[in-house]
Design a binder for this molecule. Structure first.
Ligand code: MD6
Ligand code: FE
Length: 205
């Protein structure tokens, strides 16, 4: 059994009506901040997920600039849209942190997309947890320890589930092995959306 303290999986945290409402709000904001295909630093290899963001800051990656947070969309140069209130509410309920999230990364997984094992480590403030919300198709998620090669636990994330990486698990390796196409009817085009809420700068005052 692996599992660092501070890893939490909250199955069915959002009800089906809440999931539908959140999915339609995300669809609306993606019209203003379209999904784009990020690329890896240096190699320029494309990610298999498409990304966008909402909130004051967004996480982006491309060959030239690498991993970073910025206030504007890398393709259209516009500020990211505001975070839907439901996201701020989920954070307030589960994060146990006295300041709101600054960034919400939106990942769209279509059939065949995955996310290699990684740590969320581009944030200055690691006292705050990272909170993720899944919508749409099921996914096989893995979470390990502080070393990439260590033992891993695998679980299925379903639409409406919330995952919290806080405390000792804040820097745990984790990723998505695969999605399970056709397992949810929430998103009309199928696929899976994962929304990752983060604090970027340390809360002051
Ligand atoms: C995903 N999730 O569920 C990928 N990161 O598609 C993450 O990378 C993640 O679920 C930090 C905290 C929770 C997560
Ligand atoms: Fe992550």
């Amino acid at each position: 059994m692996t599992g660092l303290n501070g890893f939490r999986h909250l199955p069915g945290y959002l009800s089906p009506p809440q999931q539908a409402e959140l999915a339609s709000q995300i669809r609306a904001l993606l019209a203003a901040a379209p999904l784009y295909t990020p690329t890896m630093p240096r190699t320029g290899k494309p990610f298999s997920v498409r990304m966008s963001n909402c909130g004051p800051l967004g996480w982006v990656s491309d060959r030239k600039g690498g991993y970073r947070y910025q206030a504007t969309h890398p393709v259209n140069g516009r500020p990211w849209p505001a975070m839907p209130a439901m996201l701020l509410e989920v954070w307030a309920e589960v994060a146990g942190y006295p300041a709101p999230p600054e960034a919400c990364l939106i990942n769209l997984y279509e059939a065949g997309a995955k996310m290699g094992s990684h740590r969320d480590e581009d944030e200055e403030d690691t006292a705050a947890p990272v909170v993720s919300i899944s919508l749409g198709d099921d996914a096989t998620f893995h979470v390990g320890g502080l070393q990439r090669a260590g033992p891993k636990r695998r679980l299925i994330l379903k639409s409406g589930d919330v995952v919290v990486l806080g405390g000792a698990a804040r820097m745990a390796y984790h990723g998505i092995d695969r999605i399970h196409p056709g397992t949810s009817r929430l998103l009309p085009e199928g696929g899976r959306l994962n929304l990752t809420l983060r604090r970027v700068s340390a809360a002051r005052g």
